[in-house]
Design a protein around this ligand. Structure first.
Ligand SMILES: O=C(O)CCC(=O)C(=O)O
Length: 290
């Protein structure tokens, strides 16, 4: 293959991969985001239609009931003045949210944890709602985080995060942003740069900022530049493909996320609120070793 053909092939490969939000295989097929292989390489796995449209509607209705206590009403967008309302925890024991943890979700968790026995989640999860807001949509340069012990295991992981979409989530409409591949980057980084035994979360984050990609991700720049660099491009660092992807999908989808995967909330430039249930299963070892 001449050098020119090789360059054209690589560019097409990158563009097609980015357009589909997932890596293309060398044989030209797309790696499905519903496989364990995808979870291992990219750090997340989708369980499409893990619960039904009716169950999703019941979850949203429960959330609106609580929002009404703060005078935020479904039919009145003029009341949607708080971008990310809090104080929704009174919902945490409401059985309606149990549907997100149904048999298909559980089977996928078992696959990921390579075990059929894992501790039940302490609650259904936390409730994240993002109302539409003005302002330019961009890849955020702050608030990227994991909810795990930074030095926890890569495979099988010592837990798994659950993101249940309670409504359809369109692009640029408040979806959680995931840094695909970052679970492998974090794991490698802390192997190569072992933290002091008494290191805190802030020390780990400071250490990570020495990684050029992570440093750039936290450096402000215009939307066009950041979207092109972080979302439309797959960048390879030490053999790990990194790309920011939006956690979009249909009501009823569950996305299982590796606990080491960096993620961040994003602005909702759409017209409808974004509803997310974010839960987790943590093995006893996740925090025991902290
Ligand atoms: O998408 C969001 O609102 C943030 C979700 C999040 O940070 C989490 O699930 O830990």
């Amino acid at each position: 293959m001449s050098a020119l053909v090789s360059v054209i092939y690589t560019v097409c490969f990158r563009l097609l991969s980015a357009a589909h939000n997932r890596p293309m295989q060398r044989d030209g097929s797309m790696a499905s985001d519903q496989t364990l292989e995808h979870f291992r390489s990219r750090g997340f796995m989708r369980v499409p239609g893990a619960f039904g449209a009716r169950e999703a509607a019941a979850m949203r209705a429960a959330m609106w009931r609580v929002l009404e206590e703060s005078n935020i009403r479904e039919g009145e967008p003029s009341t949607w003045t708080t971008e990310r309302p809090t104080h929704l925890q009174e919902l945490k024991d409401d059985p309606v949210f149990g549907a997100a943890w149904g048999p298909r979700t559980r089977a996928a968790i078992g696959q990921i944890l390579e075990s059929t026995s894992w501790p039940e989640p302490r609650s259904w999860g936390g409730f994240f709602i993002t109302f539409p807001s003005a302002g330019e949509w961009n890849v955020p340069s702050r608030a990227w985080h994991t909810d795990a012990r930074y030095t926890s295991a890569l495979a099988p992981p010592e837990g798994v995060k659950l993101h249940a979409l309670m409504g359809d989530v369109e692009p640029r409409s408040g979806a959680t942003l995931l840094l695909a591949g970052s679970h492998r980057l974090l794991h490698r980084w802390f192997k190569d740069h072992p933290p002091q035994p008494d290191a805190r979360g802030s020390d780990h984050r400071k250490s990570l900022m020495s990684h050029p990609y992570i440093r750039d991700l936290h450096t402000e720049a215009g939307a066009v530049e950041r979207i092109a660099r972080f979302m439309e491009r797959v960048e390879e660092h030490d053999g790990i493909e990194l790309q920011v992807v939006e956690n979009i999908g249909a009501a009823g989808d569950v996305i299982l996320v590796h606990p080491l995967l960096l993620h961040a909330a994003s602005l909702n430039s759409g017209r409808s609120p974004r509803f997310l249930l974010s839960g987790s299963v943590d093995l006893d070892s996740m925090w025991a070793a902290a």
